[in-house]
Write a protein that binds this ligand. Structure first.
Ligand code: COA
Length: 272
């Protein structure tokens, strides 16, 4: 059973949800959950074909969909998507700042451009989406959801760039909860653990690492995109109307170990 089996299928009827990076992975999973509860979707990403395939899938769930190519590092491009979305769907109720970039790399091998690239996609990209949506969110008294990670508060090896970016994302999230709370705008983060069938897992858990990652999770399985979609629906829904400024961990308990266990695994020859 999934959360949408318990919620009215029209819970979010007429709501408009904007998901950056919504063409694939966790972000598409989130978009699917909103569509299944009656919302209309705006998604953006860098690849037209990926976006079109995602849009078709979301339309199949009953959503009206705006799908536009935009790189979240480009404020004007993100603002243009939101303008199109407003014209076609109405003002946005929920903004999911999900677009992210990552790779495994020790700081010793990481170029300044590599570090900057991840900061710009994750942190500047989240700022751009939130800021560009502000006037619309003020009108809907809507909500922001940022996609964070355990790296935001734990130093994972080979992840200095992602950790710095996601720590910034969570701090931005809290600032917006403070500054925009009086306008009725809520702001929260979801920190997913390792999620199966995603670009993140393909990039970050290669070879034997996947098996070792599962062993590091107290609930003894990888997460699913549905696990994250359900958390997003919860945070955006009236069920969470008094929740703002929080990071919701959806990681099967992985970060309870701190990062020591993962550090041991990643530095181990077995990680190959
Ligand atoms: N290790 C070290 N440095 C890397 C790297 C890696 N695996 N991949 C990219 N970089 C560096 C590049 O070398 C470059 O720096 P340099 O010119 O000094 O060498 C810099 O990052 C920018 O790379 P580029 O490929 O030009 O950036 P991009 O904007 O086209 O792509 C990335 C952004 C690098 C994050 C790319 O991996 C991407 O598009 N990811 C999107 C999907 C994703 O990462 N999903 C996972 C989410 S968890």
């Amino acid at each position: 059973m999934r959360i949408r089996d318990f919620l009215p299928a029209d819970l979010l009827r007429g709501n408009v949800v904007f998901v950056t990076g919504g063409g694939s992975g966790i972000n598409l999973g989130i978009a699917r959950h909103f569509a299944a509860l009656g919302a209309n979707l705006a998604i953006c990403g860098r690849t037209r074909e990926t976006l079109e395939a995602a849009a078709d899938e979301l339309r199949g769930l009953g959503a009206t969909v705006v799908a536009e190519v935009a790189d979240v590092r480009d404020y004007d491009a993100v603002a243009a998507v939101l303008a199109t979305s407003e014209a076609q769907l109405g003002p946005v109720d929920v903004v999911v700042c999900g677009a992210a970039g990552n790779f495994l790399c020790p700081v010793a091998n990481l170029s300044a451009k590599g570090f900057k690239t991840v900061i710009e996609i994750d942190l500047l990209g989240s700022f751009n989406a939130a800021k560009a949506a502000f006037e619309q969110l003020k009108r809907t008294r809507g909500s922001l959801i940022f996609i964070s990670a355990g790296q935001a508060f734990l130093p994972f090896p080979l992840q200095a760039h992602a950790g710095a970016a996601k720590a910034g994302v969570d701090n931005l999230m809290r600032n917006l909860a403070l500054e925009w709370g009086a306008l009725g705008i809520r702001s929260n983060s979801i920190a997913p653990g390792p999620i199966a069938e995603t670009e993140g897992m393909r990039r970050l858990a290669v070879g034997k690492m996947r098996e070792l990652v599962v062993q590091s999770i107290p609930l003894a399985r990888l997460g699913t995109v549905d696990d994250i979609g359900e958390a997003a629906v919860f945070l955006a829904s009236p069920l969470a109307s008094f929740i703002t400024g929080t990071v919701l961990l959806v990681d099967g308990g992985q970060t309870l170990h701190g990062s020591g266990l993962m550090t041991g695994l990643m530095m181990s020859p077995k990680a190959g």
